[in-house]
Design a protein around this ligand. Structure first.
Ligand code: GDP
Length: 311
């Protein structure tokens, strides 16, 4: 019996941690967005996989919201001092992961196999998969033209106005086979769309051929958790992007974006009046995950909503 969770970085990882703690060992499969992946300083960087991996392993940096705890910055400081590029910060511990991932990818290993091995070494019980082993790269059309995702997200701090998003490589990418197998498996008990940014974390996954159809055909209920609470994102550009793309930045707006894809929708008590007319079955809950107990409680809410919705 598997629960499949689709996740971006921070918001998704929080719920994934909750799910991993309330589900029996081995029942969670986390599928991560790789549209944020990029090559930088000669290294292959997979930010969402790493955030999920570090969070599940208990080694994530709680202050920064990305990277690793107990981090040191000798590499970055030295790089800056000799005139290198420092806009994308890489801590020393984190750097080791990128160096090793890059070495293995260049040696022909798949991102799936590398991720599985890193997770095993970090003693993570859940399975963590990239959405695909083929490269997909999110691009953003802004006032200043098309730019790469990390250029928009990190270097320009999400300041440019977003008009359009594109997922380069998605149309020819092959969805990760174990992900697709889990969607076809009659024993899968729920698919959870984590409270991640719909446009840059979830839609790259949905853009891979076959994923939307497999979700529609899946015998398990598909339940999304709102990344918007009280009309605002907890972190990141979700609400700003929605407004720029012509949508109402609200929990209802996110539900309508997922529309026919979802059977259930979990949103905050604060957004009760935003979800009238949403066709999915709505469950109201406390969705702010400040503590570990909050993450577990929300995971239980999602799993119990799934139980009620078994197709
Ligand atoms: P990123 O790839 O690091 O940007 O991470 P995600 O796409 O997974 O997460 C960003 C989204 O997570 C934002 O829209 C946040 O509002 C949402 N988020 C972060 N923390 C929480 C939380 O505690 N509860 C809920 N419901 N959403 C959250």
């Amino acid at each position: 019996m598997t629960v499949v969770a689709l996740s971006g970085g921070v918001g998704g990882a929080k719920l994934a941690l909750g799910l991993s703690r309330v589900l029996p060992e081995g029942e969670l499969l986390v599928v991560c967005n790789t549209g944020d992946d990029f090559e930088h300083l000669g290294l292959c960087i997979s930010p969402d996989i790493d955030t999920v991996m570090y969070t599940l392993a208990g080694v994530a940096n709680p202050e920064l919201g990305w990277g690793r705890a107990d981090e040191t910055w000798s590499f970055m400081e030295t790089l800056g001092a000799i005139g290198g590029e420092t806009w994308f910060r890489l801590g020393d511990r984190d750097l080791a992961v990128h160096v090793e991932r890059t070495r293995r990818l260049r040696g022909g290993m798949t991102l799936s196999a590398i991720t599985a091995d890193l997770c095993a070494r970090l003693s993570i019980a859940a399975r963590v998969l990239p959405m695909s082993d083929d490269p997909v790269r999110t691009r953003v059309r802004t006032d200043q033209g098309w730019i790469d995702f990390q250029e928009y997200f990190v270097r320009r701090r999400c300041e440019p106005v977003v008009h359009e998003l594109a997922f380069h490589g998605a149309s020819t990418a092959r969805a990760q086979p174990d992900f697709m197998a889990a969607l076809r498996d009659p024993d899968t008990k729920a698919v959870v769309i984590c409270p991640s940014n719909p446009f840059i974390s979830i839609e790259p996954i949905l853009a891979i051929p076959g994923v939307r159809t497999a979700l529609a055909d899946c015998s398990a209920p598909v339940i999304a958790v709102s990344p918007i609470i009280g009309g605002r994102a907890i972190k990141g550009p979700t609400a700003k992007m929605m407004a720029e793309l012509g949508m109402t930045p609200s929990a209802g707006g996110v539900a309508r974006r997922y529309d026919a894809l979802i059977d259930g929708y979990v949103c905050d008590f604060a957004d009760m009046d935003q979800v009238a007319g949403v066709s999915a079955k709505v469950t109201l809950a406390q969705t702010l995950m400040s503590t570990l107990a909050d993450r577990e409680a929300l995971a239980r809410v999602v799993l119990s909503a799934a139980r009620m919705l078994r197709r």
